[in-house]
Structures are given as structure tokens and as C-alpha cells.
Design a protein. Structure first.
Length: 162
């Protein structure tokens, strides 16, 4: 199943990082616009975006940098990606709720763009969760000695990036 291949994780993570930077970039001006209410809906995207950048960086670095591989854990990847689904769904819900209560001028347009990008990011997080969960389940079926070497297929035959 190519759709759930471990090779698709890197491009998905790159698209996710782009979307997250866009969400943060659209959320910052919303905070400083005059006449806009400052609510939790305006700031949640900033916090979730920063958290997601850290989590994706952890996954990318521990999977692709040989020196950091000892801190990689498929179980941690599954847990973190499962939580990411809930967090980005919360961003979508809270921003929509904030837009329904008060949506004013340009801030309204920016908020709806943030909602769209957050929905797209939620879909991508679900996709990554499915890939990582399948990798985790596959690693649980391997004998103990083979688990570490086959758990991260992207590390096999690669050079140290740092």
C-alpha cells in the first residue's frame, strides 16, 4: 500500500511545516489588528503551531540524523501524532466558534483561512498517524534483535546528516 508507505512521511511533514508556518503567520496579525477581540481562539493557533513544529522536528531529526536515533521511539511517534489530531481539531473548533461569535472585517477573512489550513493540517496529521501506527505495529511483530534496525527504514543505508 503506497499510500501508507514510510516514504511518504517526509513530504507530508514538509507540507505540514509549511501549513503551520502559514497558520502562525496569519495568526500574528490577527492579534495586533485594531477592533478585533482578543480571545483564546486567536491565540490557540500560535501555541499549537509552535508545539507542532517542535514535535515534527523531533520526529524528523530522530529519524533522519544517525546521532539522534537513540532518542527515536515509534511508540512516542504514535502517541504524539495521536495527540496532534486532537489538538488541531481543537484549533479548528475554537476558531470556528470564535468566528461565529464575532467576525469583523479583515480579521474574519484571516480567521477563515486559518480554519481551512488547520483542517488540511488535521487531515495530514491523521495520515501521518496511520503511517506511524502501521510502522509501530510492524515493529512489534519483529524479533527483539531486529526491531531497532528495521524500525526506521529511512535510516538504513543513509549517511550521518550532522
Amino acid at each position: 500500500m503506497q499510500f501508507l508507505s514510510h516514504r511518504t512521511k517526509l513530504p507530508i511533514h514538509i507540507v505540514q511545516l509549511f501549513l503551520i508556518v502559514c497558520v502562525i503567520g496569519l495568526s500574528i496579525p490577527r492579534l495586533f489588528m485594531k477592533g478585533q477581540p482578543r480571545t483564546r481562539a486567536n491565540t490557540i493557533a500560535l501555541g499549537m503551531g509552535a508545539k507542532s513544529i517542535i514535535i515534527i522536528s523531533y520526529q524528523l531529526l530522530t529519524e533522519h540524523v544517525r546521532r539522534l536515533q537513540r532518542w527515536a521511539s515509534l511508540k512516542a511517534f504514535v502517541i504524539l501524532n495521536g495527540l496532534e489530531i486532537v489538538f488541531w481539531a481543537a484549533v479548528v473548533f475554537l476558531v470556528i466558534q470564535g468566528n461565529i461569535q464575532a467576525c469583523i472585517e479583515v480579521g474574519c477573512i484571516l480567521s477563515w483561512i486559518v480554519v481551512g489550513l488547520s483542517i488540511l493540517n488535521t487531515v495530514l496529521v491523521i495520515w501521518v498517524f496511520a503511517i506511524v501506527y502501521m510502522e509501530f505495529r510492524e515493529s512489534r511483530r519483529l524479533p527483539v534483535g531486529e526491531k531497532r534496525s528495521k524500525a526506521f527504514p529511512s535510516m538504513q543505508g543513509s549517511q550521518d546528516a550532522v
